[in-house]
Design a protein around this ligand. Structure first.
Ligand SMILES: [Zn+2]
Length: 294
C-alpha cells in the first residue's frame, strides 16, 4: 500500500518525509496507457503532488502542478486535494525515447530543460498562491528540489525515483525529502547531508523498505518525532456538472452544430478517462442554467 511517513528529527530542526507511490503510478499507467517515458515523468509529478497535498493544512485546500510543454511529452498536469488525493495527465502519453539504462528514462529530452514548474495552491484565501521556477535539470528530482528551495524558501534535498519494468508496469516509485528548518546549525546539516547520500538509489531502497522503515532505519536515532502516516491515492473528482462546463466552453454555436452533427456531445475527463454524454435536452438545460446565472 502506498504511504507517506513524516517526522521531525534533531529536536525539530529537520523535517524528513519518505513516500511510496507505486500503486498510484500503476493506476496512472493503466488509466492513460503511458509509455515508460511518460510513466516516469507523470509518476514523478504525481508523487510530488501527493507529497505537497499531504502538507496542506485545511481539508478543502487543493493545488495543481504544471510542467510546461517544452519537451517531447508536452504539458504535464497534476491536481491534488488535501491528504494526498491526486490525479494527472500528460499531453503525449505515448511519447517514447530510448531509455538511458539502469531502469531510467531520458527525462531530460522528454521534459526539456528550458520550461517551468508552476504550482498553484488554493488555500481558501482571496488569491491563490502561485509559485514558479525554471526547470534546472529536466530530471524532476533536482527541479522540484530547486522549486522548494527557491519558490517556497525551504532549502530541500530530494531523492525521487520511478522505476518502470520491462512489462511497462511501475516496480517502485517514491522518494525521500529532507528540509532543514531556518537556522539549523551547520554540524546537523553535515550529518543530514551524509544521510541523504544514501538515497542515490532510493528506487531500490523502496523495493525492500516501507517509508516508515526508511525513517526509522536512517533517522530513528536522531531525536525523532513521528507524525501520523497517511496514504496517497489516485482519485478524480470530476462530475457531470463540472464537465458540463466543457459544453459552455464550446460556445453556443459550436455546441449546437456538434449536436446536429452527432446527436450528442461526448466529453472525456483528461484525468480519469471517464466519458460524459450530453444529449439534446441536456445541452438545452445546460445553456438555460447558464443564462439563468447571468
Ligand atoms: Zn475524472
Amino acid at each position: 500500500m502506498d504511504s507517506i511517513a513524516k517526522a521531525h528529527v534533531f529536536g525539530g530542526q529537520v523535517k524528513v518525509v519518505a513516500f511510496k507511490t507505486t500503486d498510484l503510478v500503476n493506476e496512472a499507467i493503466s488509466l492513460h496507457s503511458l509509455s515508460p517515458l511518460a510513466a516516469e515523468a507523470l509518476g514523478k509529478v504525481l508523487t510530488m503532488g501527493a507529497y505537497m497535498s499531504n502538507e496542506l493544512k485545511g481539508e478543502k485546500e487543493k493545488l495543481s502542478v504544471h510542467i510546461s510543454d517544452k519537451g517531447l511529452l508536452g504539458s504535464i498536469i497534476v491536481a491534488a486535494d488535501a491528504g494526498g488525493l491526486v490525479r494527472g495527465y500528460v499531453e503525449h502519453p505515448d511519447a517514447s525515447l530510448p531509455p538511458l539504462g539502469n531502469g531510467k528514462q531520458n527525462l531530460f529530452e522528454g521534459i526539456g530543460s528550458d520550461g517551468f514548474i508552476t504550482v498553484i495552491k488554493d488555500l481558501g484565501l482571496k488569491e491563490p498562491y502561485v509559485g514558479k521556477t525554471e526547470l534546472v535539470r529536466g530530471n524532476l528530482e533536482e527541479d522540484f528540489a530547486w522549486y522548494f528551495t527557491r519558490s517556497e524558501g525551504a532549502p530541500t534535498a530530494l531523492a525521487l525515483s520511478v522505476q518502470i519494468g520491462e512489462d511497462g508496469k511501475c516496480e517502485s516509485a517514491g522518494g525521500v525529502l529532507v528540509q532543514p528548518m531556518p537556522n539549523c546549525p551547520d554540524h546537523i546539516l553535515v550529518i543530514v547531508e551524509d544521510i541523504v547520500s544514501n538515497f542515490a538509489n532510493i528506487g531500490d531502497v523502496l523495493k525492500v523498505k516501507e517509508p516508515s522503515d526508511i525513517l526509522k532505519d536512517y533517522f530513528g536515532h536522531f531525536e525523532i518525532e513521528y507524525f501520523p502516516e497517511s496514504h496517497p491515492e489516485y482519485r478524480c473528482k470530476c462530475s457531470r456538472e463540472q464537465m458540463s462546463n466543457a459544453v459552455i466552453a464550446l460556445g453556443r454555436g459550436d455546441s449546437v452544430n456538434l449536436l446536429m452533427e452527432r446527436g450528442e456531445i461526448e466529453v472525456v475527463c483528461h484525468f480519469c478517462g471517464k466519458k460524459y454524454v450530453f444529449n439534446k435536452q441536456d445541452v438545452i438545460d445546460i445553456w438555460r442554467r447558464y443564462d439563468h446565472k447571468l
